[in-house]
Design a protein around this ligand. Structure first.
Ligand code: SAH
Ligand code: SF4
Ligand code: F3S
Length: 470
C-alpha cells in the first residue's frame, strides 16, 4: 500500500492564547513570583524530545524549572509503556506524590506520554490516583496549554486520549535540556507492528517532517553551538514516505551533512529491514555523521525473527553488517536484543549468542521479553519460566562483556576525537564520547566540557575507555 501524503499543521494561535492565560493566572496565584514546574521523563529519546516541547510551552507560559518536585506548582511525568518495569516505576513514583499533594493541595499533578494512550492505564490512574489532575497522551501535545488551563481554572480532573494519530504539528516551542547535545525529531510514529511492541499503538502511524524544516532546525542548532545532534525516529530508515516531495533518509543526511561547522550527526533508530547500502555509503562519505550504527536485531534466530514480524533474517542482517564494516572500517556497532520471546528455545537463544560473537558489538541494550497488553505476542504461548530466561540473560551479558572488553582493548594506543560531556564525579575527572559513542574518562580541566578534544586512549575497562589529552 502506498503511504499517503501527510501535511503538517501549525500549532494554533489559540494554544498561544492559552499559554498567555496560564501565565496571567499563575501570576495572580503566585503574587508575581515565577511559577515552578518539575518534569520527569521516562523512556526513550522520543519522550525526551516531547518533554522539551512541553517545557517550551511551559516557558512561554512563564514557568521556570526545578530539579525536584517539592517546591513545584506543576508536576508532570512523561511516561513510557515499552516494558512492564517502566510502567511499574511510574506507578510507584506517582503514588509517592500523594503526600505532597496533601501538603500543598494547590499543585497540579499531571501524567502524559505513551502509557496514557492505553485505555486500561488511564482508567487505573483515574480510579486509584484521585490526586492526579491532568492526563493526556502522545497525540494531545498540540493542545497541552488548553488542557492545562482548563484543569487549572476549573479545578476539575481533565483526562484526554487523542485519536488523531495521522497528524503532525510544527511551530511548538522547544526548550532543549542540553546546550551542546541535542535531539532533533525527524518523524513520529511507527508502522512496523513488531509483535512484541506497544509503540505503534501509543504513538500512531509513521509521519515524517518536511526536509526543509529539519535542515533549517539543524542549521539553527549548529549555529547555537550544538556539537552532537541526534536525529530521532522509531525507524529513521523509512523517513520521507509520507512527504509530497519524496526524500529518503540518506538524502536528508547528505543535506544536513553539508551544513558547515564542527559537529557530529547521529541518528536512531535504524531498522535492519530498511537499512540500505546507500545509507552506509552516505555515512562512509560524510564529514559529520558519526561512525556508529545502532542496528537492533532483536534475535539471531530466523524462526523468532519471523514470529516477531521483523521482516529480515539473520543472513540479511549479517550482510548489512559486513558491508558496513567494509565501507566504514572503524564503525562502532550497537544493538537491542530481546531474550525470552514467547516460544524461544535455548537453541534459538544460542543463535543470538553466535550472532553477537560474529558481529562484535561495542555495546548492547538487552531486555527480557515483557508482555504488553494489546500486542500479538502477549497472547502467544510462553512456556519458558522466568528464572530460565534470567539465566539466558546473564549468559548473554557475560558473553557481551568479553566482546566489549576485546573491542575496547583494541582501541588502546589510538587517538580519538572525543566530545567532552561532563564530570564523572571523581576529582578532576571528565567524561566524553567518541564518534562511535564509546565512553572515555580522562583527567582534564572543566572548561573543556562541550568541546571536541583529541584523546589518546591509554586503557580499557570493559566497555569504558580511559585516556589523556593529546
Ligand atoms: N523502534 C526501535 C525500538 C524502540 S523500543 C527499533 O525498532 O529498533 C526499544 C527496544 O525495546 C526495542 O528495540 C526492543 O529491543 C525493546 N522492546 C520493545 N518492546 C519490548 C517488549 N515488549 N519486551 C522487551 N523488550 C522490548
Ligand atoms: Fe516497536 Fe518495531 Fe516500531 Fe521499533 S520498529 S517501535 S520495535 S514496532
Ligand atoms: Fe517508551 Fe514511548 Fe519511547 S513506549 S520507548 S517512551 S516511544
Amino acid at each position: 500500500m502506498a503511504d499517503s501524503v501527510i501535511h503538517a499543521d501549525k500549532l494554533s494561535e489559540t494554544q498561544f492564547e492559552y499559554m498567555k492565560l496560564i501565565a496571567e493566572l499563575m501570576e495572580i496565584r503566585k503574587r508575581g513570583e515565577k511559577p515552578v514546574a518539575f518534569i520527569r521523563t521516562y523512556g526513550c529519546q522520543q519522550n525526551v524530545a516531547d518533554s522539551e516541547k512541553i517545557k517550551g510551552m511551559l516557558s512561554v507560559s512563564g514557568f521556570v524549572f526545578a530539579d525536584a518536585p517539592d517546591d513545584a506548582d506543576f508536576i508532570l511525568f512523561n511516561t513510557c509503556a515499552v516494558r512492564e518495569h517502566a510502567e511499574d516505576r511510574v506507578f510507584g513514583n506517582v503514588g509517592a506524590l500523594k503526600n505532597l499533594k496533601r501538603k500543598h493541595p494547590q499543585i497540579l499533578i499531571a501524567l502524559c506520554g505513551c502509557m496514557m494512550e492505553q485505555k486500561h492505564i488511564a482508567e487505573r490512574i483515574y480510579k486509584s490516583f484521585p490526586f492526579v489532575g491532568l492526563v493526556f497522551g502522545t497525540h494531545s501535545l498540540h493542545h497541552f496549554p488548553e488542557l492545562m488551563y482548563s484543569s487549572l481554572v476549573n479545578g476539575r480532573r481533565v483526562f484526554e486520549r487523542g485519536n488523531d494519530d495521522n497528524k503532525l504539528y510544527e511551530g511548538i516551542p522547544v526548550r532543549r535540556d542540553g546546550v551542546f547535545k541535542g535531539w532533533l525529531p525527524i518523524m513520529y510514529g511507527c508502522n512496523n507492528f513488531c509483535t512484541y511492541c506497544i509503540v505503534p499503538y501509543v504513538r500512531g502511524r509513521e509521519r515524517s517532517r518536511e526536509t526543509d524544516i529539519i535542515v533549517s532546525e539543524a542549521k539553527e542548532m549548529i549555529n547555537c553551538g550544538y556539537k552532537d545532534i541526534t536525529l530521532l525516529g522509531q525507524n529513521v530508515n523509512s523517513y520521507g514516505k509520507t512527504l509530497e516531495n519524496k526524500t529518503n533518509f540518506s538524502q536528508l543526511l547528505r543535506k544536513i551533512d553539508q551544513i558547515d561547522g564542527d559537529y557530529w550527526l547521529r541518528f536512531m533508530t535504524s531498522h535492519p529491514k530498511d537499512c540500505s547500502k546507500e545509507l552506509i555509503d552516505t555515512i562512509a562519505e560524510s564529514v559529520h555523521i558519526s561512525r556508529h550504527l545502532h542496528l537492533p536485531f532483536q534475535s539471531g534466530s530466523d524462526r523468532i525473527l519471523k514470529a516477531m514480524n521483523r521482516h529480515y533474517d539473520r543472513k540479511k542482517y549479517l550482510e548489512i553488517i559486513s558491508y558496513a564494516k567494509e565501507k566504514i572500517p572503524d564503525v562502532s556497532l550497537t544493538s537491542d536484543i530481546i531474550v525470552g520471546f514467547p516460544g524461544e528455545t535455548y537453541e534459538d537463544f544460542k543463535e543470538t549468542l553466535s550472532l553477537i560473537r560474529e558481529v562484535e558489538f561495542t555495546s548492547l541494550f538487552t531486555f527480557i521479553f515483557s508482555p504488553r497488553e494489546g500486542t500479538p505476542a502477549a497472547k502467544m504461548e510462553d512456556p519458558v519460566p522466568a528464572e530460565e530466561k534470567s539465566k539466558w540473560f546473564r549468559e548473554l551479558l557475560d558473553v557481551q562483556e568479553e566482546i566489549a572488553a576485546k573491542r575496547c582493548s583494541s582501541m588502546v594506543g589510538k587517538t580519538e576525537k572525543v566530545l567532552i560531556e561532563g564530570k564523572t564525579g571523581k576529582d578532576n575527572e571528565l567524561i566524553g564520547r567518541t564518534s562511535g559513542n564509546i565512553i572515555v574518562e580522562l583527567n582534564a580541566p572543566e572548561e573543556l566540557i562541550g568541546t571536541f578534544q583529541n584523546v589518546k586512549i591509554t586503557k580499557a575497562r570493559n566497555w569504558i575507555l580511559k585516556g589523556e589529552l593529546e
